[in-house]
Design a protein around this ligand. Structure first.
Ligand code: B12
Length: 235
């Protein structure tokens, strides 16, 4: 019968880089393993205690702080002292190849650096499990293909005239944004018009004339008299 491999993902020390640990923990869970994540800032003692309590097959540490040459040997030593030295101690993080070699000679399993494939990590854990226990590990079936196409969410809003030509999914997503865009366009045009008017007014004011009027003034008798009294402009 197939059994789920139990893995404890631990973050020892003051290292706050937890992205890698979370990515690996999620990937191993998706691959069909039982994963326990300790969370940040655990001591080697706490990690080994949790490994015993949870009866895990694998203790996997994530170390990006540079303290791997202290933390891995410490956890390994405690695992041996407390009767779980037959389990796999593995992990990853910022660990130079030379240090990986030294740790392997001490008895630490394969370690994974930045850019490692999570499939390779899962495969290595399964390989170790099969080889050590002789049991067949449970492997989760491959996930189904996604049914939605997220690309369409960012598709530009179709023009009103071309709306019917746009693919259906894109139309549904963008329609709710269309009024906003239209409002923006209106505001833009109004602002442009107002700026144009203001510029024209300033230009005429600078030239010393009154701004041109759209409608001609009615020639009232009083106005006629005023115009007649005005002296002719000198050149
Ligand atoms: C993102 C990042 C941060 C983020 C962390 C966000 C977070 N919540 O994780 C922030 C901005 C907070 C940060 C802060 C710091 N950072 Co930083 N950071 C990085 C950066 C750019 C990427 C790390 C990352 O998330 N990668 C993506 C994940 C998915 O990849 P990963 O962690 O490497 O994991 C993969 C493998 O390593 C491995 N793996 C990792 N864990 C595990 C666990 C198991 C069980 C297994 C099997 C495999 C495995 O498999 C993973 C998948 O491929 C690296 C540079 C780099 N290119 O790696 C620097 C880096 C890690 N940071 C560094 C430093 C120095 C710091 C600071 C000390 C800077 C400072 N002076 O403040 C602080 C420390 C903060 C702290 N409290 O610890 C140094 C570490 C140097 C070292 N150890 O020798 C690095 C290498 C940058 C550099 N080149 O100098 N950092």
């Amino acid at each position: 019968m197939q059994r789920k491999i139990r893995v404890l993902v631990g973050k020892p020390g003051l290292d706050g880089h937890d992205r890698g640990a979370k990515v690996v923990a999620a990937a191993l869970r998706d691959a069909g393993m039982e994963v326990i994540y300790t969370g940040l800032h655990q001591t080697p003692d706490q990690i080994v205690e949790a490994a015993i309590q949870e009866d895990v097959d694998v203790v996997a540490l994530s170390v990006l702080s540079g303290a791997h040459m202290t933390l891995f040997p410490e956890v390994l030593s405690q695992m041996r002292d407390r009767g779980i030295g037959d389990r796999l101690l593995s992990g990853g993080g910022i660990i130079p190849p030379d240090d990986m070699k030294t740790l392997a000679e001490m008895g630490v399993g394969k370690l994974f650096g930045p850019g490692s494939s999570t499939q390779d990590i899962a495969q290595e854990i399964r390989r170790w499990f099969k080889e050590t226990t002789g049991e067949e590990p449970f492997v989760a079936p491959a996930p189904a293909m996604p049914t939605h196409v997220p690309m369409e969410v960012d598709a530009p809003a179709p023009r009103a005239t071309r709306a019917s030509a746009a693919p259906k999914a894109a139309r549904t997503v963008t329609r709710k944004h269309a009024p906003k865009r239209a409002a923006k366009r209106v505001t833009k045009t109004a602002t442009k018009r107002a700026t144009k008017k203001r510029t024209a007014k300033r230009a005429t004011a600078r030239a010393g004339r009154a701004p041109a009027r759209k409608t001609a003034r009615r020639a009232t008798p009083a106005r006629k008299a005023r115009t007649a009294r005005k002296p002719a402009r000198r050149r």
